[in-house]
Design a protein around this ligand. Sequence first.
Ligand code: ADP
Ligand code: X2W
Length: 286
Amino acid sequence: MNNLERAQTLVEALPYIQQYYGKVVVIKYGGNAMISPELFDAVMEDIILLHLVGIHVVLVHGGGPEINDMLGKIGKEPKFVRGLRYTDEETMTVVQGVLCGKVNKDLVATIIRKGGRAIGLCGIDGCLIEARRMRRDDGEDYGLVGDITTINPSVVQKAMEDNLIPVVATVAIGIDADTSYNVNADTAASRLAVSLGAEKLIILTDTRGVLRDPKDDATLIKVIKRGEIQALSDAGVISGGMIPKIECCAGAIDGGVKRTHILDGRIPHSILIEMLTDEGAGTMIF
Ligand SMILES: Nc1ncnc2c1ncn2[C@@H]1O[C@H](COP(=O)(O)OP(=O)(O)O)[C@@H](O)[C@H]1O
Ligand SMILES: CC(=O)N[C@@H](CCC(=O)OP(=O)(O)O)C(=O)O
C-alpha cells in the first residue's frame, strides 16, 4: 500500500467517524473468539481507536472457555442446560472469580497498556445489572443463573463522561436472594445496549457471521431484516449457539438499537472493518 492509498483509507473512515461520533456502541466479546492472544490485542486496539475518535464504546465480555478451564482445575465438569451454564454455588464462586477478577482485569490492563483509558465493572457495581433466579416454563433447574430484571446504567454513563471505556463482566446482583447471579454475556450486552440507547450492538463470535449453511463459510448472509429472523429460525438455518445471539440482536432492535452485527472475531480488526470502511463485515441485523 502506498502513501496515497493509506491516506485514502483514512479519508474513507471520515463519514463513518462523523456518523458515530458521540454515539454509544456496545461490543460483546467472548467465547472462542477471545482465546487467541493476537486477536485479543487487535480487538483492544480497535476499541481504543474508536474511543479516541469520540465513539462511546462499551465492552461487555464473556469468558466461558476460561470458566471451563478453571472448573477443570478443581475437578468439576462444566454442565449446560439449554446453552446456559448450570451454576451451583461452587460454580458461581468460580464464575465471579474468573469473569470479574481474571478476565475483566486482563481486558482493562491490556487497554491501559496500549495507551487507552478503561475501567472494569461488573453487574454488581452500582447495581448495574439486577437479576432474579431464572425460572422458565421448561421446568429446568438452572441453579444460580440470573434473569435480568433491571439495568441501572448510570455507573457506565459516569465512566463514559469521565472519558473511560467501561469494561463490563456480566455477574449480576440478586434482588430476590443474597447471592450473585450468572448472566449470559450476549443477553447482558443486548439489555445494556437498549438501556444506554446504543446506536449499535456488535457481537463477536467464531464464525464469519450468520451462515445459510454453518459448515460453509461461502454462505454468509450479509443482511438480515428483523422481520426475516423467524423464517430463518423456522427453516432451521439458525441453530445451537447462534440462536441466543440472534435473539439478543432481535431484542436490541425491538428496544430501539438501530443496527446489530454478528462479526467474526477471528478476523483481525473486524470491528474497524465493519465500522469505518465501506466494506462492512459479518452479518448486519436491523
Ligand atoms: N446459521 C449459523 N451460522 C453461523 N453459526 C451457526 C449457525 N447456526 C449455528 N451456528 C453455531 O453457532 C456458533 C456460535 O455460537 P457460540 O459457539 O455459542 O459462540 P460464542 O462462543 O462466540 O459465544 C458457531 O460456532 C456455529 O457452530
Ligand atoms: C449463564 C451462563 O451461561 N453464563 C455464561 C457467562 C459467560 C459467557 O456468556 O461467556 P461467553 O460469551 O464466553 O460464552 C457462562 O457461565 O459461561
